[in-house]
Design a protein around this ligand. Structure first.
Ligand SMILES: [Zn+2]
Length: 159
């Protein structure tokens, strides 16, 4: 499936309870930051940086809506379900793109340094190196599960 990189222009701010979703969004190439601070801090980051708020907090979700900010209330912890819902609502891509991925640690865009036998990515910001090691199986399993859920949802009749 081809897609434009413009879809990866969406940016997110994630609140305390959803910290683990941040690295998933980064792996998929999305600019995502974590904010463990007060609600007002989350709201400020969303407003100033045009970010979509992901939260499990109903109160924060309501305040975001009242202030005209983009928000998605998350009601579960399952990563693949959350990714599928983000794909449905915002059209985020669930296809890993080797040239469009971010550092799970610091959010900087990664540089694909070496291709071939072992693709290798380097973070120009924090210096970390990545490759598809043994953990990659789990990562791709989760992403594949998200895609399956997305397809299931898409094939359901609209009520
Ligand atoms: Zn980094």
């Amino acid at each position: 499936m081809s897609e434009t990189s413009s879809r990866r222009k969406l940016k997110f701010v994630v609140d305390a309870m959803l910290k683990n979703i941040v690295s998933w969004l980064r792996i998929l190439g999305y600019d995502a930051v974590y904010c463990g601070g007060e609600d007002e801090e989350v709201l400020r980051i969303a407003r100033e940086d045009d970010r979509i708020i992901l939260t499990m907090d109903r109160g924060l979700a309501l305040t975001s809506l009242r202030r005209g900010l983009k928000v998605m209330l998350i009601t579960e912890n399952d990563v693949s379900n959350i990714l599928a819902k983000l794909a449905m609502k915002y059209g985020i891509s669930l296809d890993f793109d080797a040239k469009n991925t971010r550092c799970p640690v610091c959010n900087h865009e990664l540089y694909l340094a070496k291709t071939g036998e072992r693709d290798e990515w380097i973070c120009p910001n924090c210096g970390k190196k990545y490759w598809k090691g043994s953990h990659w199986r789990n990562i791709s399993k989760t992403i594949e599960a998200a895609k399956r859920k997305l397809m299931e949802e898409a094939s359901k009749p609209k009520s």
